[in-house]
Structures are given as structure tokens and as C-alpha cells.
Design a protein around this ligand. Sequence first.
Ligand code: ADP
Length: 343
Amino acid sequence: MDRLFIDVKSLAQIIKEFLRALGQKHTYNIFKNWYCLFGIMWGIPIPIVTIGIDFYSSRIPVTLSHIIKIMLANPLHFFFFLHPIFFGIVFGAMGTVRYNKQQKIEELDRVKSNFLSMVSHELRTPLTTIQGYISFLLTEKTGTINQKQRECLKISGESADLLNHLIEELLDLSKIECGGFKVHLARVDMLEVVHKAVASLQVYAAQQEVRLENNLPKDLPPVWADQERILQVMTNLLGNAIKFNRKGGVVDITASGPRKEKVAFSVSDTGMGIPEDKLDMIFDKFYQVDSSGKRKYGGCGLGLAISKSIIELHGGKVRAESKIGIGSKFHFELLNATLAPRP
Ligand code: ADP
């Protein structure tokens, strides 16, 4: 009964939308609304077939005067003649309903992006003040602090950094969604990038009891990349490889040799792994394999979505392979700056 009620309600909504579309110019515009043109074409054979049957059965030649005669003899033909127009209107209205929905979705997307960007900006300003004051207090310029207070300030600082990271990711996402995310490609030494990423995560890796191994070949050629953005990708992949690893696990960074036009990088870990059917989904925004309330890993599921966009802006691809209980490996490619022209 409940189901029937919902169906009747949605049917009423469809009829309402259809009737509203009948009053919109878009429904009748065959240049902008291909549905209308399709409807007309769909309706054209109907009068041709019906009048054709009359000609065939009476065996008279097809002339204009005969057509008029047949139509006057059987006025139902006027109804068939109106079919192309009728179909044009019905299909045209369907096209308009679809167009209206599309417009609504685009509008909602715009509102969502603006909201995301506005909230992130508004959060960032007070957060910068909080981070500034924490650092200032730690300098003891306002008076000496004891060990316990220092500990508390350090924990607050770390939480503020985490929040800052989340806001940065939200801002990146809103830029990606409105097409304002840009990369500036230059010759980049990936040995330096990886060195920086490893250095920034060394403390975290030690806390998690994970060993970072940089196995990049020493003759690695420069690649076309945006240094800051590719560092962001590397840091994200390494951060995940540490976060989802086991105690005593290893993270390995490797790359293919210098003679190829595309240099392939990979970050592998010895962690929990990712189920096969989730391997594509992990690159979707806000997707997390474990999204339950009890999950023990931090993060909001944006890192890989942003990394994927960054790599694609470089003209490359990113993919993952994994075995449950054994570990995961993430691959991405960048153009070799000594062999390929700047994209
Ligand atoms: P976050 O790490 O903030 O949750 P990401 O976009 O970086 O977001 O990753 C999305 C999800 O993909 C993670 O929540 C996790 O479930 C899965 N994932 C990513 N990297 C790994 C990895 N190295 N090992 C296991 N799972 C991973």
C-alpha cells in the first residue's frame, strides 16, 4: 500500500513536470532539442503508411488530388497526418524534462562547490590564527611553560595540522570540480621530490613502525611535472602506504629506467590490501574501503581522488593492484623530460 502510494506520488510528479515542459519554448525548438526532431521523424511514417494502404487497396495513382480525395473520404487521415507534430511535442517535452533536470543538477553542483570553497576558506582563517598562537606559546615569549603544557600544545598543534590538511583537500576538491585546478609543468627531479616526501613522513613511519625504502634508480631522468603537486601525490601515496601497513612493514618506492618516454613510478606496501572489487572505487571522492563508524584510520577519502586528478592533468594515469593480507601497489606515470616534449 505504501509502495503504491509512493508510485502514485512519483507518477503525479512526472505528469507535473511533463505539463510544465509543454509550456516551455525549449520543447518546440528542433535546433536545441533533438528529442523534438526525433519525435517528428518518428511520426512521419505513420501518415505515409496509412494513406499508402488506401492507395494500395484502391490501386489509383498517387497524385495530390487523389490524396485530398482519400483524406476527405476518411477524415481519420487528418488525425494520422497530425502524428509527426504530436510525437514531436511529446518527445520534445521529454527532452525538456531531461534538460530541466540537467540544469538543476548543474545548479546544485555550482552551489555545492561554492559552499565547499566558502566553508573551507572561512575555516582556514581562524585555524591559521590558532596555529600561529600555538607556535607563539611554544616559543615561551609570553612566559615559561612546563613539560605538561608543552605536551598539550604539541597535541593541539598536531590536531590543527590535521584539520589544515583536511581543509586543503576540500579546497583542492572544489577547485577540481569548478575546473580551476591547474598544474605548471617544468623539468622536475623526482629523486628530490621523493627525498622530500620521505623526509616529511619519516617521523610518522617510525611511529607506525614501518620502514621506508627509496629504491629509485640513481640515473632517473627529469620528468615533466608540477613539483608541488607531484610532491602532494607522492606524500599521499606514501602516507597511505604507512597508514594501512602493519607493524614492522615496509614501503618501497621504485621507478622504471631512464630510456623510456614514460617513467613509471610505484609505491608498494606490505599492509592489509584492498579487495579486488574496490580497486577502482578508491579513486572516487570520499570513498573509503572501511567507512564504518568504528574505522580506526583517519582521513576523509579525498587524497586518492585528488592524486588521480593531478596525475591526469600531467597526462598520466594512476592505478592500483593489491592482494588482501599481502599489500598494495600504486603506479603512476610521468613523461620523461629528456625524451618527450612538454605536454
Ligand atoms: P583516506 O586515506 O583519507 O581515507 P584516500 O583517498 O587516500 O583517503 O584513500 C581512499 C581509501 O583507499 C582509503 O580510505 C583506504 O580504504 C584505501 N586505501 C588507499 N591506499 C591504501 C593502501 N595503501 N592500502 C590499503 N588501502 C588503501
